[in-house]
Design a protein around this ligand. Sequence first.
Ligand SMILES: [Zn+2]
Length: 84
Amino acid sequence: MQCSEIQENLSAYLDGELDPAGAAELESHLEGCESCRSELESLRSTVELVRSVPRVQAPPVLKQRLASATSSRKPVQESRVFWG
Ligand SMILES: [Zn+2]
């Protein structure tokens, strides 16, 4: 497998989404390839950083307000402007 293919699969590998055969192939490549190993390490530290931050979710009410605010916005009607 090419390094580019390996690196495309690294995030799936970290998430445990690779099938066992693919994971084994990736691991055997990592053993012999320093650049892919360092790529994996930097990806892993990024993933761990993201996971360590508590996930903040917007309250549903706020989401609804945002949705209605964006969908009900109407263009300004210039015909309402009177000049005396
Ligand atoms: Zn490689």
